[in-house]
Design a binder for this molecule. Sequence first.
Ligand code: SAH
Length: 350
Amino acid sequence: MHQFFEMTEEELKTLLTSLDQKPFHAKQLIDWVYGKGIIDWNEMTNISTDLKKLLQSQISLSHLQLVHVKPSADLETYKFLWRLKDNKLVESVLICSGDRRTVCVSSQVGCPAKCAFCASGKQGFFRNLRPHEIVEQVFLINQWLKDKNERVSHVVYMGMGEPLKNYDPVIKSIRLLSNPELLNLSQRRITVSTVGIVEGIKRLSREELKVSLVLSLHAPNQHIRQKIIPYARKYPLDAIMEAMDEYAKLTKRDITFEYTLIAGINDHPDHAFELTHLLHGKSQFTVNLIPYNPVPGLRLKRPEKKAIKQFRAVLFGAKVVNTCRYTKGDDIAAACGQLALQELEKEKIA
Ligand code: SAH
């Protein structure tokens, strides 16, 4: 079975030709789905019933069913919970900020990384998402926005899962999202975030994609890093930093180091000093600090405002460009994987 949300116009044409059908139907199909937002064969009125029957036996359309959308109180963040064909749940988050409409997509069901501070790994790892399941998250949210005369402008791979542990499907989904005949998103507005999978970062540098890369650094040294990120043992920090440098050099894209500040773990001014040393001499980067967003059941704490200020003062003192992002939509549990986790727990109780 072919997946519609994995097919380019060329691939649709090839399929139609192989079925002894006229290739121009490819454009009609794309227009129905991507243009008019119709994902029901019955509504495609300019395609004959016979052809529809034939196509239905060859191409599968939608795989995501919306369970619910939860807006945050300020209406800036919307959490979408989807049910997949095998009943698994995944989520996407829409973040509205100024003119930007950013969709945070999931790349896996659950996560194999199991970072100490993250909700996604708590439920275990079930399976990789297929390219069409990633594309459809963006497609459906784009449809939802179209009703308000808006559209998705940015995509970040920061939902559930580790994108570089689902490498080929993630790359395929990026190519589909940026295909001018389909959703036509600029690759420069697509960001991949990784826990630090060295071979994945190296491969990504050679894909000739223009995507931004984020490393979830979260610690100024290997010792602290491996306490909170199990994958750190397999992928040592020096090898990751080398791969990140290579990414910046080969792609000429800026890179970002994400640093979740957790009280008493990685938020001391000494850690900030160490971080400035780690990043010394590097160019083309930003540090993005995120105060830890509490996850039910975890005993970690968000640092006090004063500690965050002190941490930043050290970075500013060393001219390390940094931003601090308070997680948006705390009231809808927008942190990575939290909503799907709540739903799973509800199902377990039920
Ligand atoms: N696996 C990828 C993408 C997933 S999460 C990665 O590790 O980058 C997106 C970001 O949110 C990561 O930097 C992750 O470490 C961070 N994060 C996860 N849980 C968090 C929490 N409770 N509070 C703050 N940041 C969190």
